[in-house]
Design a binder for this molecule. Structure first.
Ligand code: HEC
Length: 126
C-alpha cells in the first residue's frame, strides 16, 4: 500500500512537470535586476518610457498596455527575456539576457515584469 501511494505521488508530480511551464520567479528579488538593467528602456513603472527607450523604434513595450498584457504569459515573458525580442518576432533591440543573468535571475525579473503589467486584460475587439 505504501508503495502504491509512492507511485501515485510520483505519477502526479511527474504529470505536473510535463503539464506546463512553471516560472517560479521571485518578483521581490527581480526588482533589483529590473531597476539595474531594464529601467533605462522600459521605465520605472514598465510603461516603456525610460530615457533610453525614447529614441528606439519600435518603443520598448509598455507592459500594462492591454495588448502587451494579454501577450505576457509566464512562459512568453521568460522566453523574451532569456532569448531576446527576435526570438518571438519582436524587436532585436530587446536583447537576450541569458548571458548576463543566471536562470533564477531571469525568472525573478520575469516575475517582476508580470507584476508591473497588472491584471491581464482580455484582448479588445476591433
Ligand atoms: C535597449 C533598451 C531595452 C532594454 C535595456 C530592455 N528592453 Fe525589453 N524591450 C525593448 C524593446 C525595443 C522591446 C520590443 C518592442 C517591440 O518589438 O514592440 C522590448 C520588449 C520587451 C518585452 C515584451 C515583448 C513583447 O511582446 O512586447 C519584455 C517582457 C521585455 N522587453 C523585458 C525586458 C527586461 C526584463 C529587461 C531587463 C532585463 C529589458 N526588457 C531590457 C527594449 C529594451
Amino acid at each position: 500500500m505504501k508503495r502504491l501511494i509512492t507511485m501515485v505521488v510520483a505519477l502526479i508530480s511527474g504529470a505536473a512537470l510535463a503539464g506546463g511551464f512553471e516560472l517560479k520567479g521571485d518578483a521581490a528579488k527581480g526588482e533589483a535586476q529590473y531597476k539595474a538593467m531594464c529601467v533605462a528602456c522600459h521605465g520605472e513603472k514598465g510603461d516603456g518610457n525610460g530615457p533610453a527607450g525614447a529614441a528606439l523604434t519600435p518603443k520598448p513595450t509598455n507592459f500594462a498596455a492591454p495588448d502587451a498584457a494579454a501577450r505576457l504569459t509566464d512562459e512568453y515573458t521568460y522566453k523574451v527575456i532569456k532569448e531576446g525580442g527576435a526570438a518571438v518576432g519582436k524587436s532585436p533591440l530587446m536583447v537576450s539576457w541569458a548571458g548576463s543573468m543566471k536562470d533564477d535571475e531571469l525568472r525573478n525579473v520575469a516575475a517582476y515584469v508580470l507584476k508591473l503589467k497588472g491584471p491581464a486584460a482580455p484582448a479588445k475587439k476591433k
